[in-house]
Design a protein around this ligand. Structure first.
Ligand code: SAM
Length: 273
């Protein structure tokens, strides 16, 4: 391990080129290699800051082979900075896989803080920031997508989603079914000239959107209020058990909250592990 190089995870701007830390710039100047999701995109950034370094491509479609090459270099003692197209590596991009590989190979990882679209959008949402769920991109396959949307329909924490502009309207249509009147915020083109926040219900936001939606988008959804979650004793019981209550305590709480007899709730606990 001592002779191995280090993998630095370097966040880059999500729009505004000034959103890069002094430490990231210093690291990019000092490493041996920069691994980039799109080398042309990263070259623009490096030219802006007058940084010249060998670039290696590491993206979704070559991550397996390229990942092994990067590990080889790290084992030779080379230090590598991983950057993605924009934002923080390993958040909804292949960086996560390289991190796993490094852990398997006992290679040191140094994460640097910096911009990420999810948190930038969250802090301007006006929703609860004390607890939130990052869902990234919704799955494309029908069954998985429905399951995820169903989970979001009951989620009490603020939900953060990434979405492509050409899919935004369809996703909002789907959300109307799952989240009803809960508030949403569309954060578009964060840190860029046309940055905008569109606020309202999913239906209201859909009405405000023009024909063509351009740019990059984060969708934020206000958490469901307890009253908005169906008063289903089984689900409520499941939730309290997951939170760590024992069967007796959970059953007592459900019976009190839903005004049904303890005996009925106890029946639900039979057969549970
Ligand atoms: N690693 C990145 C991060 O830390 O945010 C995210 C990578 S993911 C492949 C790209 C998605 O992030 C976009 O489709 C969009 O949903 C979101 N995104 C990136 N930049 C954005 C921006 N300036 N404004 C709004 N959303 C953005």
């Amino acid at each position: 391990m001592e002779n191995h190089g280090v993998l630095y995870l370097c966040p880059t701007p999500i729009g505004n080129l000034e959103d890069i830390t002094l430490r990231v710039l210093k690291t990019l100047k000092e490493v041996d290699i920069i691994a980039a999701e799109d080398t042309r995109q990263t070259l623009k950034l490096l030219n802006h800051y007058d940084i010249k370094k060998p670039l290696l491509s590491y993206h979704e479609h070559n991550k397996r082979i390229s990942g092994l090459k990067l590990i080889e270099e790290l084992k030779k003692g080379k230090s590598i900075a991983l950057v993605t197209d924009a934002g923080t590596p390993a958040i909804s991009d292949p960086g996560e896989d390289l991190v796993k590989l490094c852990i398997e190979e006992s290679i040191k990882i140094v994460p640097l803080p910096g911009p990420t679209a999810a948190i930038t959008a969250l802090i301007a949402s006006g929703f609860d920031t004390s607890s939130f769920v990052f869902e990234g991109f919704l799955p494309k396959k029908n069954k998985e997508r429905e399951e995820r949307l169903d989970r979001i329909s009951k989620e009490e924490k603020t939900v953060i989603l990434y979405e492509a502009p050409h899919r935004l309207k369809d996703t909002l249509q789907e959300l109307i079914k799952y989240i009803g009147d809960r508030k949403v915020v569309i954060a578009r083109e964060l840190t860029k000239i046309h940055e905008e926040f569109i606020r309202g219900t999913a239906e209201g936001v859909l009405e405000k959107l023009g024909d063509e939606i351009k740019g990059e988008i984060v969708i934020l959804i206000e958490g469901a209020k307890t009253a908005q979650i169906e008063a289903n004793p089984d689900e409520l019981l499941e939730r309290y058990l997951k939170e760590g209550m024992d069967k007796k305590e959970a059953a007592k709480r459900v019976s009190k909250e839903l005004g049904i007899s303890k005996r009925e709730v106890y029946k639900l606990t039979i057969g549970r592990k």
